[in-house]
Write a protein of this length. Structure first.
Lengths: 205, 251
C-alpha cells in the first residue's frame, strides 16, 4: 500500500513519516507529479504559510486529480487541509485546490463572544466536536483532544466532519468522498491521532 | 476548549536524564526514552529534551537521544541545549524533534530565529529565556544562566516574537529547583506582552503551583522535571487536580 507523501518544501516531514510507518503505511516521497502515478493514496502535509502551496502547481493538481479519478484517496494535513479550500486570506493570490467551498481566514485576536483577547497562533491540545459519523473518526469519542498549531483556519463547509473552537468555530476535519483533511496534526496527537491515520488508511484500497 | 499544557522536561547529559538544583548538583534519574514513554502513558502533553550542559561544553544535542525518545512518542517533542546554528537545528529536527529551543544563540544572533522560522515555520522555533529578578524587572541570562545578557526579559520576549519565534519557554532562575512555585508575576508580564504561547518553567513543587501559574501567571503551558521524574507526583494526578480546579486540561 504505497502512500505518496508530497514534499513541497513546507516543513519537516519526519514526524508524519514516522507516524504513518507506525500504523503500517508504506510511504514514499514522489520526485515530481509524474511519480504520483503509483500512489494508492496521496497525503499533502504542510506547516507554516499558505503561500508555500504555490509549489503545488498545475502539474501537481492534475496528477492528484488523476489519482482521485482512479479512486485513490487524498488527505491534507494542516496547511494541506486549508489547501483543499478555495484559498486563504494569508496568500490571496494563491488558489487552493478548491474541492471544499470557502476561504480560510485568520483566527480572531479577540473572542467575539467575550471580548477577551486571545493569542494567535492557536497552539496546543483542543477538543473536537464530531457532528456526524465519518470514516476518519470511526471509534473516536466526541470531545477528544488533538494537537493544533496554526493561525489561519478553514470555515465550516459541507464536508466538515469535525469542528473545534478558538474564539470561532472552525473546520477541524473534512471528508468529501475521497478527499479528507485535518487541521490538527495527527502525527502529534497521541493515540487519537494514530487512530485517525489508521482510519484514513482503511479507505486506501 | 484549548487545554493548558503540561510539559515534561528531560534534562539530559551523556544520554541520561539528570536534574539539578539551580543548575548545579546533578543527580541521575534514568533513561530518557523510558521516562518519555512513562509520561506518554500518564498523559503528558509534550516533551522537552534539554542538554543542560551542551552550551557550556559546546556540545550539540545528541541525535541518538532524540531518535530514541521520538521513536515511540507521537506528541510534540522540543529539543534545546547547544542549538547554535541552522545546522544544529536541522540535525535535531532530522532526528525527530518538532521544535528546537534557542537560548544563548538567539541572544548572540537574533536573526537565527528568523532564519529558522523561515525554514521550518514559527511553530518549530521556541525561544528559551532564563530570567533573573532585578528589582522590579527581570534580566535575561545566557550560557546556562552563567552570564547576564543585559537584556530586559519582557523586551527580549517581544523581540523574539517579532522575529518569528513560535513560543517562549520562560525559566525563572530564582525559582528553578527550589520547589517554591513558579514566578507568576514574571510569567504574567511576558504572557501579556506577546501573542505567542508562554511556557512557564522553574519552581514547580506541588499541584497548586500549576494552578497558580495558569491563573495568576496566565501561562499557556507549564514545564517541570524533577516533580515528575522521581514519581513524587504523577502527571495523571496533576491533571485531575487541575480539572477539579476548573482549569482546562487534556484528560
Amino acid at each position: 500500500m504505497s502512500i505518496a507523501l508530497v514534499d513541497y518544501g513546507a516543513g519537516n516531514l519526519t514526524s508524519v513519516r514516522k507516524a504513518l510507518a507506525a500504523v503500517g503505511a508504506e510511504v514514499y516521497t514522489p520526485d515530481g507529479p509524474a511519480d504520483l502515478a503509483r500512489a494508492r493514496g496521496v497525503i499533502v502535509p504542510g506547516v507554516g504559510h499558505f503561500g508555500s502551496t504555490r509549489t503545488l502547481d498545475q502539474a501537481w493538481r492534475h496528477a492528484i486529480l488523476e489519482r482521485l479519478d482512479h479512486d485513490r484517496p487524498l488527505l491534507g494535513i494542516c496547511v494541506g487541509l486549508q489547501w483543499l479550500f478555495a484559498g486563504s486570506t494569508e496568500a490571496p493570490d494563491v488558489p487552493g485546490f478548491g474541492v471544499c467551498q470557502g476561504v480560510c481566514d485568520r483566527l480572531p485576536d479577540i473572542q467575539p463572544a467575550t471580548g477577551a483577547r486571545q493569542k494567535v497562533p492557536h497552539v496546543g491540545w483542543n477538543t473536537l466536536a464530531l457532528p456526524r459519523w465519518s470514516r476518519l473518526f470511526a471509534g473516536i469519542a466526541d470531545g477528544s483532544h488533538v494537537y493544533f498549531t496554526h493561525s489561519y483556519a478553514a470555515p465550516l463547509a459541507r464536508g466538515t466532519v469535525a469542528t473545534s473552537s478558538y474564539g470561532i468555530e472552525f473546520t477541524a476535519a473534512v471528508e468529501e468522498g475521497l478527499v479528507s483533511g485535518v487541521q490538527f496534526h495527527p502525527e502529534k496527537s497521541g493515540q487519537v491521532g494514530l487512530q485517525v491515520l489508521r482510519n484514513w488508511l482503511t479507505g486506501v484500497a | 476548549m484549548l487545554a493548558k499544557r503540561i510539559i515534561a522536561c528531560l534534562d539530559v547529559r551523556d544520554g541520561q536524564v539528570v536534574k539539578g538544583v539551580k543548575f548545579e548538583g546533578l543527580r541521575s534519574a534514568g533513561d530518557p526514552a523510558e521516562l518519555a514513554r512513562r509520561y506518554d502513558v500518564e498523559g503528558i502533553d509534550e516533551v522537552v529534551i534539554l542538554d543542560v550542559t551542551a552550551t557550556l561544553e559546546a556540545r550539540q544535542a545528541r541525535a541518538h537521544t532524540i531518535q530514541a525518545v521520538a521513536r515511540e512518542l507521537f506528541l510534540p517533542l522540543c529539543v534545546g541545549g547547544g542549538i547554535r546554528t541552522e545546522d544544529d537545528a536541522a540535525a535535531a529536527i532530522d532526528a525527530g524533534a518538532d521544535k528546537v529551543s534557542l537560548n544563548s544563540a538567539a541572544l548572540a544572533d537574533p536573526s537565527l530565529i528568523t532564519r529558522l522560522a523561515e525554514r521550518y515555520g514559527s511553530q518549530a522555533v521556541v525561544v528559551a529565556i532564563d530570567a533573573k529578578r532585578d528589582g522590579e524587572r527581570w534580566t535575561a541570562y545566557t550560557r546556562s544562566g552563567s552570564a547576564s545578557a543585559a537584556r530586559d526579559v519582557v523586551e527580549w520576549a517581544r523581540e523574539a516574537a517579532a522575529r518569528g519565534a513560535g513560543e517562549i519557554l520562560l525559566t525563572s532562575m530564582d525559582r528553578d529547583g527550589t520547589r517554591s512555585g513558579f514566578d507568576c508575576p514574571l510569567t504574567a508580564a511576558v504572557s501579556d506582552a506577546v501573542a505567542i504561547p508562554v511556557i512557564a518553567s522553574g519552581g514547580a513543587g506541588e499541584f497548586a503551583h500549576f494552578a497558580e501559574v495558569f491563573q495568576a501567571g496566565r501561562a499557556d503551558a507549564a514545564l517541570a522535571a524533577s516533580i515528575f521524574h522521581f514519581n513524587t507526583h504523577g502527571v495523571a494526578d496533576l491533571k485531575q487536580f487541575l480539572h477539579a480546579e476548573g482549569i482546562p486540561v487534556r484528560l
